[in-house]
Design a protein around this ligand. Structure first.
Ligand code: PEP
Ligand code: MN
Length: 341
């Protein structure tokens, strides 16, 4: 259930409703909106009896939630969540966020070469895995903490925000210390203990859709994180597995407006994993921005043929530059902007 406060409800009245909810044995999640505050309730097994809450000063109405997810639902919060990473870098606002970098951090010089190009192209966020969830145990697994140190150096040198993946509880503790955004990968979308741990973190979380996850399952996974108190979750469409074999995965761009209708969380698109082919990254990036995505996450490598992972889908720095120019024009049509103009 949601408690919708009146537009003019005072901070004291909101606090009192939260206190009452906690007294009933539940958890209260006050979410301020542009018009009014809504308070989500979790921890209840069945329906919550609204009478006691409806009678409190400042309460407009109690609304039953029609979806299995509560806190990520647009019913709770009309405005899209803006995840503020500091220094003017936001995800979910009018500006399209571009996260670019290699699939994996391979060395200091590799990361620096790519970061220099990413920064020059105007992107403000850098990606790169220090821990890689690979299909084969014999493939490159990432540099581990050494990779995280390199990412910290990239941030210091170029001022880029760092997005990097945690693959389990142990690595999440480290990733949390070094990163600006914790990535939870497709393979871990339903690793519920990891999601809960990410929910207890202060760092924003980029949650990638599982390879066969429905939109409801993605939103329920996000709910796990938010229910623990971390409201800064960014969804990411990265392609799902279908019968199609002309691409690595099928990039489901229709999930973008569908997610935006149901949830207030921002959503990015990953056309690199979504297609698996370098030459398809540019057209699908244009399409992702056109469909209304809040940003892109892109794999970039200066020597993709020598990349230790995902070279086939990594674009060259020169292609990133073209991509940025193209999406700037598309964003303008939609009244949005791309950083670095
Ligand atoms: C990645 O971003 O490099 C990655 C492993 O992504 P996904 O979890 O979407 O496969
Ligand atoms: Mn990759």
């Amino acid at each position: 259930m949601l408690v919708m406060m009146k537009a003019n409800a005072s901070a004291g009245e909101i606090r009192e409703v939260c206190r009452k909810i906690e007294e009933m044995g539940f958890k209260a999640h006050p979410i301020p909106g542009s018009m009014r505050t809504a308070i989500g309730i979790t921890g209840n097994r069945g329906p919550v009896e609204p009478t006691a809450l409806e009678a409190l000063p400042g309460v407009a109405e109690c609304v039953p939630v029609s979806k299995p997810y509560k806190l990520v639902a647009r019913e709770l919060k009309e405005d899209t969540t803006v995840v503020d990473l500091g220094d003017g870098v936001c995800v979910g606002g009018p500006e399209i966020a571009v996260i670019a970098g290699p699939c994996a951090v391979e060395s200091r010089s590799q990361a620096f070469t790519i970061a220099r190009a990413v920064s020059a192209a105007g992107a403000r966020l850098f990606r790169g895995g220090a821990y890689k969830p690979r299909t084969s145990p014999y493939s490159f697994q990432g540099l581990g903490e050494e990779g995280l140190n390199i990412l910290a150096e990239v941030r210091a040198e170029f001022g880029l925000k760092i997005v990097t993946e945690a693959v389990d509880q142990e690595t999440l503790e480290l990733v949390e210390q070094y990163s600006d955004v914790i990535q939870i990968g497709a393979r871990n979308m339903q690793n519920f203990s990891l999601l809960k741990q990410a929910g207890r973190s202060r760092r924003p979380v980029l949650l990638k859709r599982g390879i066969s996850a429905t939109l409801d399952e993605l939103l329920m996974a996000a709910e796990y994180i938010v229910a623990e108190g971390n409201y800064n979750v960014i969804l990411c469409e990265r392609g799902v597995r279908t019968f199609a074999d002309h691409t690595r995965n099928t990039l489901d761009l229709s999930v973008v407006p569908a997610a935006q209708r149901l949830s207030h969380l921002p959503i990015l698109v990953d056309p690199s994993h979504g297609t698996g082919r370098r030459e398809k990254v540019l057209p699908l990036s244009r399409a992702a921005v056109a469909v209304g995505a809040d940003g892109l996450i892109l794999e970039v490598h200066h020597k993709p043929d020598e990349a230790l992972s995902d070279g086939n889908q990594s674009i060259l720095p020169s292609q990133l530059e073209i991509l940025m120019k193209d999406i700037r024009q598309i964003a303008a049509v939609l009244g949005r902007k791309v950083a670095g103009e």
